[in-house]
Design a protein around this ligand. Structure first.
Ligand code: UGA
Length: 439
């Protein structure tokens, strides 16, 4: 099939290459010339394991190309909308300007019988509005909502092997056609008996925000338990293991620590609350405000803990921060808890050196006043305390004995409960973590 993908960020670029991998002829369209040029030369504009290989492989088949011109989308049977929906400045609501611009530009090139497929995370009600617009301007063209659940760091795997497919379809005669076309797009995935939920627009839109809200709630739940563990001397990691053995609860997303960040969870729960308010159903989601509060308190607590281990004052203390990305295997620093804590420490008088395997360049652009180092050893030279704030494998596997040689004081704060406490304490380190007793 001929497919266009509008918007070539994390979602769109990976989606475009994945569709080509499935055998389709794909054009990715983005207004950012540098991004389009990089993608066309098989260079990923962001860090994503496995993506560059997939890009090189699919470009080499001749089935994938990228363009800055929306006209390149003409003639495709299916048009995916994969643009971002960031948080509006000064408001909780999602900023839909990119979705609207993408839809508007597509209206100039699509023809009757073609399918517009929304993948961006949008407030419930958006699809119905866009469907009206499409139907009015291009009679016979159809719109479906098909949310994406990929995680950064696993984007290729999640796109090619999703847990489920969700189709939000129009009512009426187009419904069966739209489903058939989507099934053809995802043929190998459908053939694997991947669970498929066929539903209406509103449910499809809400599945995505509900899923992200649940994940955020799960993380904040365990972080609330961590606060209580600190008050009682209990251990949050063992608590998570023990409750996680119950299948109904499950151990995944019960890792207590600095909490969630990134370009999705924080802004999605806020946009969901804003939308509920518009719909007069704000009470249903007031708990998400608490989810957000618990999450933000973790960052403040981390700074307090750093002050505590630095004998009550951060002034002039040398602090090494290992990790700047919002999670490992990513260079994304959007709402990164790690970078947020690093910046707060610096603002409170500490001399902070940050290191990260992939996110230094992005971090330096956002926080040029922090110091940066390329290795953990360099960052930790003569440090009064070391904070592990993003659980990259490199940091989890540090040898506490050798690493102890470079610091001024062997004090480690494990912001992600990711280090082997016994090994670090045995090597003479004072170990502190959120939700666990001092070691
Ligand atoms: C999230 C969802 O997991 C995806 O399913 C969704 O498609 C995506 O948002 C999106 O809306 O596009 P992502 O933002 O890539 O994916 O990252 P997650 O793996 O969900 O992690 C989010 C944050 O939670 C990270 O800062 C991570 O460190 C934190 N986290 C995760 C915890 O603090 N504890 C955990 O147990 C798990």
């Amino acid at each position: 099939m001929r497919i266009s993908v509008v918007g070539c960020g994390y979602l769109g670029a990976v989606h475009a290459a994945s569709m080509a991998e499935l055998g389709h002829e794909v054009v990715g369209v983005d207004v950012d010339e540098r991004k389009v040029a990089a993608l066309g030369e098989a260079r990923a504009p962001f860090y994503e394991p496995g993506f560059e290989d997939l890009l090189a492989r699919t470009l080499a088949t001749g089935r994938l190309r990228f363009s800055t011109e929306i006209a390149a989308a003409a003639g495709s049977q299916v048009h995916f909308v994969c643009v971002g929906t960031p948080q509006k400045r000064g408001e909780y609501a999602a900023d839909l300007r990119y979705v609207e611009a993408a839809a508007e530009s597509l209206l100039g090139v699509i023809e009757s019988g073609e399918l517009v497929v929304g993948k961006s995370t949008v407030p419930v009600g958006t699809a119905a509005r866009l469907a009206d617009l499409v139907g009015e301007k291009v009679p016979g063209a159809m719109l479906v909502w098909n949310p994406e659940f990929l995680r950064e760091g696993f984007a290729v795997q999640d796109t090619l092997h999703p847990d489920r497919l969700v189709y939000g379809l129009p009512d009426g005669p187009d419904r069966a056609t739209a489903e058939r076309v989507l099934d053809e797009v995802y043929a190998p995935i459908v053939a694997r008996q991947t669970p498929k939920v066929v539903t209406d627009y509103a449910t499809a839109e809400m599945v995505k925000t509900a899923a992200n809200s649940f994940l955020a709630t799960k993380i904040s739940f365990i972080n609330a338990m961590a606060e209580l563990c600190e008050a009682t001397g209990a251990d949050v990691k063992q608590l998570a293991d023990a409750i996680g053995y119950d299948d109904r609860i499950g151990r995944k997303f019960l890792n207590a620590g600095l909490g969630f960040g990134g370009g999705c969870l924080p802004k999605d729960i806020r946009a969901f609350m804003a939308r509920a308010g518009e719909l007069g159903a704000d009470q249903a989601l007031t708990f998400l405000r608490e989810v957000d509060n618990i999450n933000m308190r973790r960052r403040i607590r981390m700074v307090e803990l750093a002050r505590e281990v630095c004998d009550g004052s951060l002034l002039g203390k040398h602090i090494a921060v290992l990790g700047a990305a919002f999670k490992p295997d990513s260079d994304d620093i959007r709402d990164s808890p790690a970078l947020n804590v690093a910046a707060q420490l610096q603002l409170q008088g500490a001399v902070v050196t940050v290191t990260d395997p992939a996110a230094i360049e992005n971090s330096r652009r956002l926080w040029p006043q922090l110091d940066y180092a390329t290795t953990p050893e360099e960052a930790a030279e003569r440090a009064d305390a070391v904070l592990v704030l993003t659980e990259w494998r490199q940091y989890r596997e540090l040898d506490p004995v050798a690493f102890g040689e470079v610091v001024a004081s062997k004090r480690v704060l494990d912001g992600r409960n990711a280090l082997d406490r016994e090994a670090w304490t045995a090597a003479g380190w004072t170990y502190r973590a959120l939700g666990r007793r001092a070691g």
